[in-house]
Design a protein around this ligand. Structure first.
Ligand code: G3I
Length: 324
């Protein structure tokens, strides 16, 4: 195993999923784990696209209103450049990862609008031309189809959504601009509301290019209409992308759940590849060891393609077979 690892490290056998993929196959990365050679090796040889798991959000960049911090993001951008990876920008406007000083602007529409304008313009300008897609707004719809009750909605109504796309386009005309959300993978009240919002934005001439389907699933519960649902958005003339795929299960993993997970991952990739406008699939992390899932859903995890010892799981091979 060590000799293979050594040869891989020096690049003599680095065939990975990216070598089989005709579309983007991405991974969410964190600068916190770049010190691990295994983390770096898998991230660099298996994936041709990178999303910063946190480092390109408002709080890490704009926690200090006077001094933007791009250092953590630039560590990840350098990694992507060294490994010939494209970058998905994630994300300008989201109700989480909002700096404390921005939260204090609630109910002050002019000030919040100015803060949004400054953050999007400066951040999109900083990364101009280096991101093939940006998640401009993230998770703006509730499960029942209403607008999500966030500081942005409470203070600005729905205008912040179109404004964010216009600001991003003005600062970076090269990036495809996406709206991103979870639990919209099947046809349901939430995805129907998102569909209607996108139709409305397009009718207003808002520069929106695509829809991101996060794909945070529970094993055995993928919607059977995933591809058809993405297709209806593509039929609006938009790109689609599976942006944060992970498929969690109760811990400890059982052989049956790992096998079902392999089926589910294969079906998620098939759903993307059945839609011409689907630009690719990003998995939300390298290894189960650093997945967000156990912290957020106690007792659940094992959601990714590599386990906590960086070993491939059945899902890795089912994805490989779909890509082949
Ligand atoms: O590393 C910093 C540390 O330096 C700092 O002192 C500390 C202060 O809170 O924060 C640490 O950063 C943490 C970061 O992950 C590390 O990567 C943040 O606390 C923590 O909130 C952040 O969590 C991320 C979360 O989004 C919130 O931004 C998760 O890693 C990330 O997986 C998760 O991803 C989201 C997508 O963006 C949107 N869709 C849902 C998905 C899962 O929640």
């Amino acid at each position: 195993m060590k000799i293979i690892f050594f040869l891989a490290v020096i690049g003599l056998c680095s065939a990975g999923l990216r070598d089989r993929a005709s579309r983007k196959i991405g991974v969410a990365l964190s600068h916190l784990h770049l010190g691990s050679s295994q983390y770096q090796y898998i991230a660099g040889t298996e994936f041709n696209s990178m999303t910063a798991e946190w480092q390109m959000k408002w709080d890490p960049i704009g926690n200090d209103p006077n001094t933007p911090n791009f250092a953590w993001a630039e560590e990840l951008m350098s990694f992507a450049a060294r490994h010939n990876q494209s970058v998905r920008g994630h994300t300008f406007i989201w109700h989480s990862a909002v700096p404390t000083w921005v939260q204090a602007l609630e109910n002050n529409a002019p000030a919040l609008q100015a803060a949004i304008s400054s953050f999007i313009t400066s951040t999109a300008t900083h990364f101009r031309g280096r991101c093939y897609e940006w998640d401009v707004v993230n998770e703006v719809i509730e499960g029942d189809g209403s607008y999500r009750n966030t500081i942005f909605y409470r203070t600005l109504g729905t205008t912040y959504i179109a404004d964010a796309f216009r600001l991003a386009r003005a600062a970076d005309p090269y990036a495809k601009l996406f709206i991103n959300d979870y639990n919209i993978e099947g046809v349901n009240a939430k995805s129907n509301a998102l569909y209607n919002l996108v139709v409305s934005l397009l009718a207003q001439g808002v520069p929106i290019d695509g829809v991101g389907f996060q794909g945070h699933f529970i094993v055995g519960q993928l919607p059977t209409d995933f591809a058809a649902n993405m297709q209806r958005f593509a039929n609006l003339g938009l790109d689609v992308s599976i942006t944060e795929l992970d498929i969690r299960m109760n811990l400890p993993p059982t052989a049956a759940n790992l096998q079902q997970q392999a089926v589910d991952y294969a079906n998620a990739f098939r759903a993307c590849y059945q839609v011409a406008r689907c630009t690719g699939v990003t998995v939300w992390g390298v290894t189960d060891l650093y997945s967000w899932v156990p912290d957020f859903f106690p007792g659940q995890g094992a959601a990714l393609l590599f386990d906590e010892q960086y070993a491939t799981k059945p899902a890795y091979y089912s994805v490989e077979s779909v890509l082949n």
